[in-house]
Design a binder for this molecule. Structure first.
Ligand code: CP
Length: 317
């Protein structure tokens, strides 16, 4: 079964193929002829979006992607309260049942490892749309796609990744993918109590990706090709969060960046990038969010094409 549960399951060759498809779909989406052709691709198929945590971008871009490929969409947007999880049904039972109604399941859940649990029992592909503070692989794929488009390469980069690196799943997944490309150097910027997990540092060491950890934001910016900024994940802290100060990207921080660097953020932002920065051409986060649509169209195509190939190769009963 062709599940997408972790950022590290793609290699650079597969990513290049995926991004070519995303680019093609982006181009096709600009013309009515192209949009009609896309609508015929998966007519009659269904995506189930099971969201047990809030979302704007991930859920709506997946649903938009499905409609644009001619698919239908079923789903729950507040699954903890509006699905039978509220009556005590296990995630596994819910997923088993929904797999009988849809061709793909897109799952967001508050527990680390939920996507893996779902994939273990699902008879249709499961796509991880964020599981707790574990990972958010489809976000990392659109982040990487954006870097490729905006900077023109995915190797030999200095990348500042900053904010809440302890609970920020997008930062974790992005680092995992960057580790697949040679000669990248990551500067993790956070207060000491919000450092990235040892599991990610292990992956970086194994792949010989260099990294440093610092709490000095301003000093880190001058050499960066990419600045990837994230919010504090207040919902994952237990009420003892220390005040986080001086982690705001404002005009003075922008002035410290290279002229050809880019500033990314998975969004939503909650004050850590001031709006005045938005009009600078280096502020790429709204372009990044739009890219998510095309990368998710390509991902739906990827899982459905692979599961069709898998079903064809099964001996008939
Ligand atoms: N970046 C991201 O995952 O946004 P949402 O939580 O709105 O889906």
């Amino acid at each position: 079964m062709n599940h997408l549960v972790t950022a590290s399951q793609f290699d650079p060759k597969q990513l290049a193929t995926l991004f070519e498809l995303a680019s093609e779909m982006q181009e096709m989406s600009q013309t009515s002829r192209g949009r009609s052709a896309l609508m015929r691709r998966y007519h009659g198929r269904l995506v189930a979006t099971l969201f047990y945590e809030p979302s704007t971008r991930t859920r709506l871009s997946f649903e938009s992607a499905a409609y644009r490929l001619g698919m239908g969409v079923i789903g729950v947007e507040n699954g903890t309260e509006s699905s039978s999880a509220a009556k005590g049904e296990s995630l596994e039972d819910g997923v088993r049942v929904v797999a009988g109604y849809a061709d793909v399941i897109v799952l967001r859940h508050k527990e680390n490892g939920a996507a893996m649990q779902a994939a273990a029992v699902s008879s249709v592909p499961v796509i991880n749309a964020g599981d707790g503070a574990g990972g958010h692989p489809t976000q990392a794929l659109l982040d990487i796609y954006t870097i490729q488009k905006e900077v023109g390469r995915l190797d030999g980069l200095n990348i500042v990744i900053g904010g809440d690196l302890k609970y920020g799943r997008t930062a974790r997944s992005l680092a995992q993918i960057l580790a697949q490309y040679p000669n990248n150097n990551i500067i993790f910027v956070s207060p000491p109590y919000l450092r990235v997990g040892d599991d990610i540092k292990h992956i970086l060491r194994e792949s010989q990706t260099t990294y440093i950890e610092t709490d000095m934001l301003h000093e880190s910016l001058a050499a960066a090709d990419v600045v990837y900024w994230t919010r504090i994940q207040r919902e994952r802290h237990d009420g003892t969060l220390q005040p986080v100060e001086n982690y705001v990207i404002d005009q003075s921080k922008l002035d410290a960046m290279k002229r050809d660097a880019i500033l990314l953020h998975p969004l939503p932002r909650t004050g850590e990038i001031v709006p005045v920065v938005d009009s600078d051409p280096r502020a790429a986060y709204f372009r990044q969010a739009e890219n998510g649509l095309y990368v998710r169209m390509a991902l739906l195509d990827w899982v459905l094409a692979k599961s069709a190939a898998h079903n064809h190769s099964k001996p008939s009963k």
